[in-house]
Design a protein around this ligand. Structure first.
Ligand code: C2E
Ligand code: MG
Ligand code: MG
Ligand code: MG
Length: 279
Protein backbone atom coordinates (compact mmCIF):
# COMPACT_ATOMS: atom_id res chain seq x y z
CA UNK A 1 0.00 0.00 0.00
CA UNK A 2 1.80 3.03 -1.33
CA UNK A 3 -0.12 5.55 0.66
CA UNK A 4 0.96 3.79 3.80
CA UNK A 5 4.54 4.35 2.74
CA UNK A 6 3.91 8.04 3.07
CA UNK A 7 3.94 8.60 -0.67
CA UNK A 8 1.10 10.90 -1.67
CA UNK A 9 -0.79 9.41 -4.59
CA UNK A 10 0.16 6.43 -6.73
CA UNK A 11 2.74 7.24 -9.38
CA UNK A 12 4.13 3.91 -10.40
CA UNK A 13 6.44 5.30 -13.07
CA UNK A 14 7.93 8.02 -10.97
CA UNK A 15 11.67 7.19 -10.91
CA UNK A 16 12.04 8.79 -7.48
CA UNK A 17 9.31 6.60 -6.11
CA UNK A 18 10.87 3.58 -7.77
CA UNK A 19 14.23 4.18 -6.13
CA UNK A 20 12.50 5.04 -2.87
CA UNK A 21 10.70 1.71 -2.88
CA UNK A 22 13.87 -0.18 -3.83
CA UNK A 23 15.78 1.50 -1.07
CA UNK A 24 13.03 0.62 1.36
CA UNK A 25 13.14 -3.00 0.28
CA UNK A 26 16.91 -2.92 0.71
CA UNK A 27 16.64 -1.35 4.12
CA UNK A 28 14.22 -4.03 5.20
CA UNK A 29 16.63 -6.79 4.21
CA UNK A 30 19.48 -5.01 5.95
CA UNK A 31 17.34 -4.61 9.07
CA UNK A 32 16.56 -8.30 9.00
CA UNK A 33 20.28 -9.04 9.02
CA UNK A 34 20.89 -6.47 11.70
CA UNK A 35 18.45 -8.26 13.98
CA UNK A 36 20.04 -11.62 13.26
CA UNK A 37 23.57 -10.35 13.78
CA UNK A 38 22.61 -8.05 16.62
CA UNK A 39 24.14 -4.93 15.11
CA UNK A 40 21.51 -2.86 16.88
CA UNK A 41 22.17 -1.11 20.12
CA UNK A 42 20.46 0.99 22.73
CA UNK A 43 21.34 4.44 23.94
CA UNK A 44 19.77 6.06 26.98
CA UNK A 45 18.45 9.54 27.64
CA UNK A 46 17.94 10.81 31.19
CA UNK A 47 14.51 11.99 32.32
CA UNK A 48 15.11 14.28 35.25
CA UNK A 49 12.64 14.64 38.16
CA UNK A 50 11.71 18.12 39.38
CA UNK A 51 11.47 16.80 42.90
CA UNK A 52 14.38 14.98 44.42
CA UNK A 53 12.05 12.52 46.06
CA UNK A 54 11.07 11.11 42.65
CA UNK A 55 13.20 8.45 40.92
CA UNK A 56 15.31 9.25 37.88
CA UNK A 57 14.25 7.67 34.64
CA UNK A 58 16.19 6.65 31.54
CA UNK A 59 14.56 6.26 28.13
CA UNK A 60 15.98 3.49 25.95
CA UNK A 61 16.32 4.53 22.29
CA UNK A 62 17.27 2.17 19.48
CA UNK A 63 20.28 2.79 17.28
CA UNK A 64 21.24 1.01 14.09
CA UNK A 65 24.50 1.45 12.23
CA UNK A 66 24.52 -0.42 8.94
CA UNK A 67 27.65 -1.10 6.86
CA UNK A 68 25.96 0.11 3.71
CA UNK A 69 23.51 2.75 4.94
CA UNK A 70 25.50 4.11 7.85
CA UNK A 71 23.57 5.37 10.88
CA UNK A 72 19.85 4.89 10.19
CA UNK A 73 17.38 6.91 12.28
CA UNK A 74 14.67 5.04 14.20
CA UNK A 75 12.15 7.38 12.58
CA UNK A 76 13.12 5.64 9.31
CA UNK A 77 13.61 2.02 10.37
CA UNK A 78 10.86 1.65 12.99
CA UNK A 79 8.09 2.17 10.38
CA UNK A 80 9.82 -0.36 8.11
CA UNK A 81 10.05 -2.82 10.99
CA UNK A 82 6.36 -2.23 11.68
CA UNK A 83 5.27 -2.86 8.10
CA UNK A 84 7.28 -6.05 7.84
CA UNK A 85 6.38 -7.46 11.25
CA UNK A 86 10.04 -7.33 12.32
CA UNK A 87 9.00 -4.95 15.08
CA UNK A 88 7.78 -7.87 17.19
CA UNK A 89 11.15 -9.66 17.61
CA UNK A 90 12.89 -6.28 17.61
CA UNK A 91 10.67 -4.91 20.35
CA UNK A 92 11.15 -8.09 22.34
CA UNK A 93 14.91 -7.64 22.12
CA UNK A 94 14.63 -3.99 23.25
CA UNK A 95 12.53 -4.97 26.27
CA UNK A 96 14.97 -7.68 27.32
CA UNK A 97 18.13 -5.60 26.94
CA UNK A 98 16.57 -2.56 28.58
CA UNK A 99 15.48 -4.56 31.64
CA UNK A 100 18.86 -6.28 31.95
CA UNK A 101 20.59 -2.90 31.69
CA UNK A 102 18.35 -1.29 34.30
CA UNK A 103 19.25 -3.98 36.79
CA UNK A 104 22.80 -2.63 37.01
CA UNK A 105 21.70 0.94 37.59
CA UNK A 106 21.35 2.56 41.00
CA UNK A 107 18.27 1.46 42.81
CA UNK A 108 14.85 2.81 41.90
CA UNK A 109 15.91 4.28 38.56
CA UNK A 110 13.13 3.56 36.06
CA UNK A 111 13.77 2.34 32.51
CA UNK A 112 11.37 3.66 29.83
CA UNK A 113 10.87 1.55 26.72
CA UNK A 114 9.07 2.68 23.57
CA UNK A 115 6.50 0.15 22.43
CA UNK A 116 4.88 0.01 19.00
CA UNK A 117 1.15 -0.48 18.53
CA UNK A 118 2.08 -3.45 16.34
CA UNK A 119 3.55 -5.22 19.36
CA UNK A 120 0.23 -4.71 21.10
CA UNK A 121 -1.89 -5.80 18.13
CA UNK A 122 0.28 -8.90 17.58
CA UNK A 123 -0.87 -10.07 20.99
CA UNK A 124 2.66 -10.68 22.25
CA UNK A 125 3.36 -7.58 24.33
CA UNK A 126 2.19 -8.87 27.68
CA UNK A 127 4.13 -12.15 27.42
CA UNK A 128 7.22 -10.27 26.20
CA UNK A 129 7.10 -7.90 29.15
CA UNK A 130 6.60 -10.75 31.61
CA UNK A 131 9.47 -12.67 30.13
CA UNK A 132 11.79 -9.62 30.16
CA UNK A 133 10.97 -9.02 33.84
CA UNK A 134 11.41 -12.67 34.82
CA UNK A 135 14.58 -13.11 32.83
CA UNK A 136 16.19 -9.96 34.25
CA UNK A 137 14.70 -10.07 37.74
CA UNK A 138 13.84 -6.36 37.45
CA UNK A 139 11.06 -5.11 39.72
CA UNK A 140 8.00 -4.31 37.55
CA UNK A 141 7.72 -0.84 39.09
CA UNK A 142 11.07 0.02 37.50
CA UNK A 143 9.76 -0.52 33.98
CA UNK A 144 7.67 2.03 32.10
CA UNK A 145 6.36 1.57 28.58
CA UNK A 146 5.74 4.51 26.23
CA UNK A 147 3.06 4.37 23.60
CA UNK A 148 2.70 7.14 21.10
CA UNK A 149 -0.56 8.97 21.09
CA UNK A 150 -1.09 8.51 17.34
CA UNK A 151 -2.11 4.88 17.95
CA UNK A 152 -5.30 5.81 19.75
CA UNK A 153 -7.21 5.64 16.50
CA UNK A 154 -6.90 1.86 16.96
CA UNK A 155 -9.39 -0.37 18.72
CA UNK A 156 -9.65 1.41 22.04
CA UNK A 157 -11.24 -1.50 23.92
CA UNK A 158 -8.48 -3.91 23.01
CA UNK A 159 -5.78 -1.32 23.63
CA UNK A 160 -7.13 -0.51 27.04
CA UNK A 161 -7.46 -4.20 28.01
CA UNK A 162 -3.81 -4.83 27.12
CA UNK A 163 -2.62 -1.74 28.96
CA UNK A 164 -4.68 -2.73 31.98
CA UNK A 165 -3.01 -6.14 32.04
CA UNK A 166 0.39 -4.48 31.74
CA UNK A 167 -0.43 -2.15 34.61
CA UNK A 168 -1.67 -5.08 36.69
CA UNK A 169 1.86 -6.47 36.49
CA UNK A 170 2.98 -3.29 38.24
CA UNK A 171 4.53 -1.78 35.09
CA UNK A 172 3.96 1.94 34.41
CA UNK A 173 2.34 3.23 31.24
CA UNK A 174 3.11 6.55 29.53
CA UNK A 175 1.59 8.30 26.54
CA UNK A 176 4.34 9.60 24.27
CA UNK A 177 4.15 12.64 21.96
CA UNK A 178 1.13 13.83 23.88
CA UNK A 179 -0.84 16.56 22.13
CA UNK A 180 -0.02 15.48 18.58
CA UNK A 181 -2.40 12.56 18.10
CA UNK A 182 -6.07 11.85 18.17
CA UNK A 183 -6.69 11.27 21.81
CA UNK A 184 -9.92 12.82 22.90
CA UNK A 185 -10.72 13.17 26.56
CA UNK A 186 -13.01 10.17 26.21
CA UNK A 187 -10.05 8.00 25.17
CA UNK A 188 -7.88 9.29 27.93
CA UNK A 189 -10.54 8.51 30.45
CA UNK A 190 -10.64 4.88 29.42
CA UNK A 191 -6.93 4.21 29.22
CA UNK A 192 -4.98 3.17 32.29
CA UNK A 193 -2.16 5.68 32.03
CA UNK A 194 0.25 7.04 34.65
CA UNK A 195 2.22 9.60 32.70
CA UNK A 196 1.92 11.86 29.68
CA UNK A 197 4.96 13.09 27.78
CA UNK A 198 4.17 16.44 26.22
CA UNK A 199 5.46 16.50 22.67
CA UNK A 200 8.54 18.47 21.85
CA UNK A 201 6.62 20.63 19.35
CA UNK A 202 4.81 22.39 22.21
CA UNK A 203 8.10 23.18 23.93
CA UNK A 204 10.16 24.19 20.90
CA UNK A 205 8.54 27.53 20.45
CA UNK A 206 8.01 29.85 23.30
CA UNK A 207 5.86 32.55 21.73
CA UNK A 208 2.76 33.56 23.65
CA UNK A 209 0.41 31.35 21.63
CA UNK A 210 2.49 28.20 22.26
CA UNK A 211 2.78 29.09 25.92
CA UNK A 212 -1.01 29.19 26.17
CA UNK A 213 -1.21 25.73 24.66
CA UNK A 214 1.48 24.41 26.91
CA UNK A 215 -0.20 25.89 29.95
CA UNK A 216 -3.57 24.35 28.97
CA UNK A 217 -2.11 20.92 28.32
CA UNK A 218 -0.23 20.90 31.61
CA UNK A 219 -3.30 22.10 33.51
CA UNK A 220 -5.50 19.44 31.93
CA UNK A 221 -3.00 16.62 32.45
CA UNK A 222 -2.52 17.61 36.09
CA UNK A 223 -6.27 17.85 36.63
CA UNK A 224 -6.62 14.30 35.35
CA UNK A 225 -3.97 13.12 37.78
CA UNK A 226 -1.19 12.25 35.35
CA UNK A 227 2.50 12.65 35.95
CA UNK A 228 3.80 15.10 33.35
CA UNK A 229 7.03 14.82 31.42
CA UNK A 230 8.22 17.57 29.08
CA UNK A 231 10.36 16.23 26.24
CA UNK A 232 12.78 18.03 23.94
CA UNK A 233 13.85 20.68 26.45
CA UNK A 234 16.98 22.32 25.04
CA UNK A 235 17.43 25.64 26.84
CA UNK A 236 17.51 26.94 30.37
CA UNK A 237 14.66 29.29 29.49
CA UNK A 238 12.46 26.35 28.47
CA UNK A 239 13.44 24.39 31.55
CA UNK A 240 12.62 27.28 33.90
CA UNK A 241 9.28 27.90 32.23
CA UNK A 242 8.33 24.22 32.58
CA UNK A 243 9.44 24.02 36.18
CA UNK A 244 7.30 27.10 36.78
CA UNK A 245 4.33 25.29 35.25
CA UNK A 246 5.00 22.45 37.66
CA UNK A 247 5.86 19.57 35.32
CA UNK A 248 7.16 16.49 37.11
CA UNK A 249 9.96 15.52 34.76
CA UNK A 250 12.14 17.18 32.17
CA UNK A 251 13.94 15.42 29.33
CA UNK A 252 16.02 16.92 26.57
CA UNK A 253 19.38 18.07 25.32
CA UNK A 254 19.50 20.67 28.08
CA UNK A 255 20.30 17.87 30.52
CA UNK A 256 21.70 15.24 28.18
CA UNK A 257 21.50 13.80 24.70
CA UNK A 258 20.96 10.05 24.45
CA UNK A 259 24.21 8.44 25.64
CA UNK A 260 25.70 4.94 25.59
CA UNK A 261 25.56 2.44 28.42
CA UNK A 262 28.84 3.39 30.09
CA UNK A 263 28.09 7.11 29.96
CA UNK A 264 24.57 6.60 31.29
CA UNK A 265 25.77 4.60 34.29
CA UNK A 266 28.24 7.34 35.05
CA UNK A 267 25.62 10.05 34.56
CA UNK A 268 23.27 8.36 37.05
CA UNK A 269 26.02 7.77 39.58
CA UNK A 270 26.99 11.48 39.38
CA UNK A 271 23.41 12.60 40.02
CA UNK A 272 23.06 10.36 43.03
CA UNK A 273 26.41 11.53 44.43
CA UNK A 274 25.21 15.07 44.05
CA UNK A 275 22.03 14.25 45.91
CA UNK A 276 23.91 12.65 48.77
CA UNK A 277 26.20 15.68 48.81
CA UNK A 278 23.25 18.05 49.30
CA UNK A 279 23.12 19.60 52.75
P1 C2E B 1 10.43 9.49 21.11
O1 C2E B 1 10.16 8.26 21.91
O2 C2E B 1 9.46 10.61 21.26
O3 C2E B 1 11.89 9.92 21.55
C1 C2E B 1 12.35 11.24 21.57
C2 C2E B 1 13.21 11.58 20.39
O4 C2E B 1 13.60 12.96 20.48
C3 C2E B 1 14.52 10.79 20.32
O5 C2E B 1 14.89 10.67 18.94
C4 C2E B 1 15.50 11.73 21.04
O6 C2E B 1 16.85 11.51 20.67
C5 C2E B 1 15.01 13.07 20.56
N1 C2E B 1 15.30 14.13 21.53
C6 C2E B 1 15.40 14.04 22.87
N2 C2E B 1 15.65 15.23 23.43
C7 C2E B 1 15.71 16.12 22.42
C8 C2E B 1 15.94 17.55 22.37
O7 C2E B 1 16.14 18.22 23.37
N3 C2E B 1 15.91 18.13 21.14
C9 C2E B 1 15.70 17.41 20.00
N4 C2E B 1 15.70 18.06 18.84
N5 C2E B 1 15.47 16.06 20.01
C10 C2E B 1 15.47 15.44 21.21
P2 C2E B 1 15.31 9.27 18.30
O8 C2E B 1 16.23 8.56 19.24
O9 C2E B 1 15.79 9.56 16.92
O10 C2E B 1 13.97 8.45 18.26
C11 C2E B 1 12.90 8.85 17.44
C12 C2E B 1 11.66 8.04 17.70
O11 C2E B 1 11.86 6.69 17.30
C13 C2E B 1 11.26 7.95 19.17
O12 C2E B 1 10.56 9.13 19.53
C14 C2E B 1 10.39 6.72 19.17
O13 C2E B 1 9.08 7.03 18.74
C15 C2E B 1 11.06 5.85 18.11
N6 C2E B 1 11.89 4.84 18.78
C16 C2E B 1 13.17 4.92 19.22
N7 C2E B 1 13.55 3.76 19.82
C17 C2E B 1 12.48 2.92 19.74
C18 C2E B 1 12.22 1.56 20.18
O14 C2E B 1 13.05 0.89 20.82
N8 C2E B 1 10.97 1.04 19.90
C19 C2E B 1 10.01 1.78 19.24
N9 C2E B 1 8.84 1.19 18.99
N10 C2E B 1 10.21 3.04 18.83
C20 C2E B 1 11.42 3.61 19.07
MG1 MG C 1 9.56 7.87 23.78
MG1 MG D 1 8.59 11.24 23.06
MG1 MG E 1 8.54 12.43 20.21
Amino acid sequence: NLRKLGVGGIKVFDPHLDSFLKERHHLRQALHKAIEHSSLSLVFQPVVPSLRSQPYKMEALLRWRDDEFGQVSPTVFIPIAEESGLIVPLGRWVLHSACVTALDWPNKCVICVNVSIHQILSGSLLADIQSALEHSGLAPSRLEIEITESVFAQDIDYLSSVLRAVRDLGVRVAIDDFGTGYSSLAYLRRLPVDTVKIDRSFINELDLESQKFLFSIVTMARGLGFYIVAEGVETRQQKDLLLGLGVDYIQGYFFSKPIDLAASSKWLADQLDERVGQP
